[in-house]
Ligand binder design. Sequence first.
Ligand SMILES: Cc1cc2nc3c(=O)[nH]c(=O)nc-3n(C[C@H](O)[C@H](O)[C@H](O)COP(=O)(O)O)c2cc1C
Length: 341
Amino acid sequence: MNKKLKQLFFKGANFLGVEFPIMGGAMTWISESSLVSATSNAGGFGVIAAGSMNRDQLQKEIIVTKSKTTKPFGVNLILLHPEIESLIEACVDNKVDLVVFAGGFPKLRQIQKLKKNKIKTVCFATTVSIAQKMVNYGVDALILEGNEAGGHIGPVSINVLVQEILPQIVEVPVFVAGGIGRGEIFLKYLELGAAGCQIGTRLVCSNESIAHQNFKEIFIKSEARNCQISVRLDKRFPVIPVRAIENKASEKFIEEQKRVINLLDKSSISLKEAQLQVEHFWAGSLKKAVIDGDIDNGSLMAGQSVSLVKKMQSVKEIINEIVKQAEKQISNEKRVSNEKK
Ligand SMILES: Cc1cc2nc3c(=O)[nH]c(=O)nc-3n(C[C@H](O)[C@H](O)[C@H](O)COP(=O)(O)O)c2cc1C
């Protein structure tokens, strides 16, 4: 590998215990043993998406993943999960290498429990103060995820997060995510001080991803502009921002909100009932699209980097491609600078 890239990779690769500091972003229903082991076997760092799994299902997934790779991998836990504490215990009992906390910010005791058992902890940071609070809690690394990403997103782009938070955090490695599809941009984030990146959308169409063929095909056909943030029609409803490829379900969601607003305004239903009906709309919809292949009625969670997904490839090819692009960028810059001399 190019010497400069090796140097830039050192911090993140050393932290993760891998060759390339590229984390496979956990994707509910998609990031299971096949994709996770393929990512780790390709020199990256795979992460199981625990999603709505219960303790037994997670334990089984960890054991199966371990049978497919001897390389390190992690588990992504959604903090809102009603059985979060027993999922943390499953990670401890099964000695995973690392836990990524998502959907909120971990409590001090949750971080300490994992650290006491020599499991690295990672969480997302959306502001400098949250990043500092998490570092003070003892978190081992942070992820900055821009709202270019697929799935549940924050309000800020990666371009701003790297300016706002990255220079302020020196204590722990910081990984960047959201809209990363090629090596050239990855290189630039490394040069700005990132330890590595996390990619999700780019891995959906890998040969090893178990996503339904229909789900993969719509990714290959889609452009960045097709990936929109879920629309909230009324401030009274807590619609969680999700970036997904627009389909019939996104249109129906708007119609459903109009219907519920109408009932609420006529006092035909309570605010709580209205909120539940809106919240309920997307329940089970990612599984419907990813597993059943219902791309009209399911949720097509995808990031803007979907426009860089052009074909089916193995995870190894995708990771190698990103690394090669970063290397080529370094050589191009070197050549241009030599020509100027
Ligand atoms: C279909 C899909 C499902 C996702 N599910 C999760 C999840 O369960 N937990 C999580 O922390 N992030 C989830 N994400 C976000 C990814 O882990 C990753 O951070 C994101 O995809 C990175 O941005 P990119 O899609 O632009 O590469 C999901 C993303 C997608 C596309």
